[in-house]
Design a protein around this ligand. Structure first.
Ligand SMILES: CC(C)(COP(=O)(O)OP(=O)(O)OC[C@H]1O[C@@H](n2cnc3c(N)ncnc32)[C@H](O)[C@@H]1OP(=O)(O)O)[C@@H](O)C(=O)NCCC(=O)NCCS
Length: 181
């Protein structure tokens, strides 16, 4: 079964979520993708140069081309500032993974919760049946965001994944959260 195309742009009360564009490369790099504090608990290596960010944009276009959905950037509706990123990563037509990352100065305002709720709506409209997220077992703020959005904690996958920005690099315990839509 094919996946209905997701909107390029979604608005929430305070946020604009939209598909990344080539002109976003510098802002993504400087606002969050290269920041060691921000990337500590994410599953991808922090960007070292803008070439890494360009590779992310190529990946994003490939995802959008294949699934009609993919990464979204999170921007302030008030002034257009880039706040972070989120998105849907489809694995099958009915199962997708999500996640979120915010620039350091955007933490603590409820933006991750607002962005994740929007991703749940996009996933539902795209006929996703299982939306899930993985998070490092020690990362309390991220787990709290998932709790607040109604995801169920299904368990701990022990020694499941390495976190490339969290030395020493070794397999860590990972929490599995999922929402059935
Ligand atoms: C994790 C992250 C996305 C949270 O974003 P945010 O916009 O600050 O999150 P919200 O404000 O929506 O919610 C955070 C919740 O965690 C709570 N929290 C914060 N620090 C906490 C801690 N140490 N222990 C427990 N709860 C904590 C907050 O109080 C809030 O809950 P509340 O609304 O009940 O008070 C943000 O810190 C971030 O981008 N970090 C870096 C990237 C990252 O790690 N992404 C996740 C990878 S799995």
């Amino acid at each position: 079964m094919s996946t209905p195309r997701s909107p390029d742009c979604v608005e929430t009360e305070r946020l604009l979520l939209r598909r990344p564009q080539p002109a976003d490369v510098e802002a993504i790099f400087t606002r969050y993708a290269a920041d060691p504090d921000v990337t500590r608990y994410v599953g991808w290596p922090a960007h070292r140069t803008v070439a890494d960010t360009r590779a992310f944009l190529a990946f994003s276009d490939a995802e959008w081309g294949r699934w009609g959905a993919g990464p979204y950037l999170i921007l302030s509706r008030t002034d257009g500032t880039l706040l972070g990123g989120t998105g849907l990563s489809f694995e099958t037509s009915y199962r997708a993974m999500t996640g979120y990352v915010l620039a350091r100065d955007a933490w603590g305002h409820g933006y991750a919760t607002e962005a994740l709720r929007a991703m749940v709506d996009v996933a539902r409209a795209a006929r996703v049946e299982r939306l899930y997220a993985l998070c490092h077992a020690d990362h309390r703020p991220s787990a709290r965001v998932l709790d607040k959005c109604g995801f169920s904690r299904e368990g701990v996958m022990r020694r499941y994944a390495e976190f490339p920005n969290l030395p020493p690099i070794r397999p860590c315990d990972v929490l599995v959260y999922a929402l059935v839509l």
